[in-house]
Design a protein around this ligand. Structure first.
Ligand SMILES: [Zn+2]
Length: 446
């Protein structure tokens, strides 16, 4: 009993410990209390009712105490088991320098379980870019085996990995588009555009976008005059009043000498100037300079040949021999150059608007993360890295974080402003211009 008591009390709140201890002491007192001889005569009918009562009283008290002790033990056992159930749900917030491998070790989870997760993540690649502030929620079973893991990227984007009956994991993406709110940033250029834009609150990526939009019309290092003015409308994403960290430029105007440049984002993901002229270089349908056989089609409902589990094929495969040059499908910024046990070496490019492209199983990347690339630029050499049956290029196109068929999706081609969207576009332009001019006036008054 004392062994059990100390074992139980170690994990119990203070008041429970006291209740348990006093009950134990009480029952011990009763157990060792001199008791009447327990002979058949004691329970014979010859005993007087008062004697019966007197002889039974300590016993009934002891039983009562034991019953209560039993109840308390049951309650404590229930509490302990609920405590251990809670310990089976663990929450972890990513810190600088963390790697999944290290997080798994520290959580007492095996590298094999991580490997299974990476296999499930092969078509999503969400686990490759865990950053400080992202968080993980692990759910374990009683054998400390991972049952599910939730990755929270931001308030509007969660990924749930769940163990299936055969031990493999499946994933489910939970997206919430939220709301977009715009703000206007204005400034005068003193020195370089970069420094002045930074000062006005633009990020490096936003500055790169502006420079790329106007690159055919102005040379930022040579043509900008001191005192030139710029106006930028930036839209920021919120889910339940919480900023998700996602933002995009929706309008830019630049006044330089007598030159006036403008760019406004249309619903189709392309930028047009205030007259509705396209500023974009078209997307390439195929990111290769020659034609290759398509060896596997995009198929979001593809089933695994062995397990029968849904294993979406989120891209188009081209039968490219190792070393085939891979080209950027459109202008953009390289946001990932990574190595994945299944996807192999891969590159991801963020384009204007909501477009992203991915190039998997590469032999060699010719770009680095953060680098701006132009349409048709060589970004890699194709290969057979990761888990593949043969050399090929796996090419993905994402619109608003969802993979689409790159061969059939409506892609931003350098096309004139679509007829049916013209009125709405010019209405939005007028609205943004008003916002920009108001903000500029306000800034000049200060
Ligand atoms: Zn593929």
């Amino acid at each position: 009993m004392p062994g059990l008591v100390s074992q139980l009390t170690a994990k119990l709140p203070q008041q429970h410990r006291w209740a348990l201890l006093s009950l134990v002491l009480l029952s011990a007192t009763i157990v060792f209390w001199p008791r009447p001889s327990h002979t058949p005569a004691a329970v014979s009918a010859a005993l007087l009712p008062s004697q019966l009562q007197a002889s039974w009283q300590p016993w009934s008290l002891e039983q009562k105490v034991q019953r209560q002790l039993q109840k308390l033990q049951q309650a404590m056992a229930a509490e302990l088991s609920s405590q251990s159930t809670n310990a089976l749900v663990r929450h972890y917030t990513i810190e600088p320098g963390d790697s999944l491998s290290r997080i798994f070790s520290r959580q007492g989870l095996s590298q094999q379980q991580l490997h299974q997760l990476m296999a499930a993540d092969q078509s999503l690649l969400a686990l490759d870019v865990i950053r400080p502030g992202h968080s993980l929620t692990f759910q374990l079973d009683k054998q400390q085996q991972l049952q599910s893991m939730e990755l929270l990227l931001h308030a509007g984007h969660r990924v749930l990995y769940q163990r299936e009956d055969d031990g493999d994991f499946s994933y489910q993406e939970l997206l919430n588009a939220g709301d977009w709110h715009s703000t206007t940033l204005v400034g005068d250029i003193q020195g370089s555009f970069y420094v002045s834009a930074k000062h006005a609150g633009l990020t490096d990526a936003e500055i790169a976008t502006v420079q790329q939009l106007f690159r055919d019309r102005i040379n930022f290092s040579r043509d900008i005059q001191t005192g030139a003015r710029f106006q930028v409308v930036r839209s920021t994403n919120y889910v339940d009043d919480q900023a998700t960290g996602q933002s995009r430029i929706e309008g830019v105007r630049l006044f330089n000498r007598r030159q006036q440049l403008s760019a406004f984002l249309h619903d189709n993901g392309q930028f047009y100037d205030a007259n509705g002229e396209s500023l974009e270089h078209a997307f390439m349908r195929i990111p290769l300079d020659r034609t290759f056989r398509i060896s596997d089609d995009f198929n979001p409902r593809r089933l695994h040949p062995v397990t029968g589990r849904l294993r979406p094929h989120n891209g188009t495969d081209f039968a490219t021999p190792i070393g085939t040059p891979v080209l950027a499908a459109a202008d953009g910024t390289v946001i990932r150059v990574e190595n994945h046990p299944f996807a192999g070496r891969y590159v991801e490019i963020q384009h204007h608007g909501h477009y992203k492209t991915r190039y998997l199983h590469l032999d060699r990347a010719l770009v680095r993360a953060g680098q701006r690339v132009g349409r048709g630029q060589r970004i890699a050499l194709s290969g057979a890295s990761g888990r593949v049956t043969g050399a090929h290029l796996h090419y993905e196109l994402h619109i608003s974080d969802r993979p689409v068929n790159p061969m059939t999706a409506t892609i931003p081609l350098a096309q004139p402003l679509p007829e049916d969207g013209r009125a709405a576009f010019f209405q939005r332009v007028a609205f943004m211009v008003k916002q920009m001019d108001e903000e500029t006036l306000l800034a000049q008054q200060h």
